[in-house]
Design a protein around this ligand. Sequence first.
Ligand code: GLU
Length: 503
Amino acid sequence: MDKKVRVRFAPSPTGGLHIGGVRTILFNYIFAKRNNGDFVLRIEDTDQTRYVPGAEEYIINCLKWCGLNPDEGPHIGGDFAPYRQSERKPIYKQYAEELIKNGYAYYAFDTPEELENARNTIENFRYDKSTRMSLRNSLTLPEEEVQKLLAQNVPHVVRIKVPEDQNIHFTDLIRGHVSFDSNEVDDKVLLKADGMPTYHLAVVVDDYLMKITHAFRGEEWLPSAPIHILLWKYLGWEEDMPEWAHLPLILKPDGHGKLSKRDGKRLGFPVYAMNWTDPATQELAEGFKEVGFLPEAFLNMLAMLGWNDGTDQELFSLDELCEKFSLERVNKAGAKFDYEKAKWFNAEWIKKSSAKSLYPYVKDVFDAKGIQTNEEHLIQVIDMVKERCILLPDFYQQAAFFFEAPQNYDVDAVKPKWNSDKTAFFEAYIHQIEAGEFADAVALEAEFKQLAADKGLKIGEVMLPFRIMLVGGKFGPQVFDIALALGRAETIKRIEKALPLFQ
Ligand code: GLU
């Protein structure tokens, strides 16, 4: 019987969630859904020096915002709990000891000063086959000495003993055959002096114990793969080793190197999923959520960084991605990030979404500006302006005038050409509105045009001023749709307010 597919996202809670991380989550999620599998969130917090308070909760909030909720995790539990590696500390030691017993790992007692000294005296120092026999470890010290040091609790680490002259290889789901020369791999620390495992030991032990079948992670982890392969083998678990997919990097817009938080600051776009404030420095890095992306657009954009379905289709819902996505079509090369294209996805998703589904997001935008709205009216307004919005805050620019009379008017666009005929026209128009039906945009337009003709005015001469009276500037949807949405009384009020300013 085939094993149940189980995948995991295994972040270290060290700060904001980079879009590369969200793409890894997305691929995990899609793969799990496609295969009726489980998606696990595991917090890799064994490096206490890099631990940042609040980062775990933040990651979970990002998952919620994206709608990529895991089936198991520290916040919801599951059959393989605990899902926080710091809470699994006692588990790892036995595996480190087993590796030592079988000759695949060793205790190293070198002090930080001794290692520093080795770095200063040996060119390109690495703890590996060329140096290990001249350092202070259980391979070089007599057995009694080792036992004595252990009994005295002398600080020590456990290192893997990487074999010489071996070709270590595996088949990556995206990159195909990948191989490493073991002579290039150093004896990485597996268990630290504080008794915590390093990432290398913990990731292998937990992927095994949590029955992970496929591991998706960023390409930056590829150099760690040989260590992990050796550990799977040395622990006798080779048969259960997950299949790996190392996802290509998201590159800077110019293609030179990995997209970093600094690039976002420099070029003026977010690189994190949601706002992240560094608790140490209070520095705020903006998120895609807060600048006004819809989660659907954000995920669609991320999926398309290095993937397509072989057709020209660019807009995919999450369900469609789950249906059509295939790892074979993921590019091996890194994908350049293009913020303009990201915004294009958002604009398309805003157009594609119903006004009702956009309502909660747009309401938040208006609430943040302190503008009172009512649901029915706002939904009507969203429908009128959504074609013109790229990011969610654009709804405020495009539609605030529906709820508040303009504070400023583009007077320059009308005043130089103003005359008393126009004043007379608008005075008459107010009477016309008062007396008329005010129920239909087409009828309103026809009546407006008729009045202009009766007064001997060209339609353009009064249409633009009317728009500016209602919205303040030369923008917005069809002017009679606006008037109708504002209602008779408010339309009259706005004409009366602006008229003296235009003369
Ligand atoms: N803890 C690693 C990270 O922070 C996880 C890498 C992996 O998925 O193996 O990204």
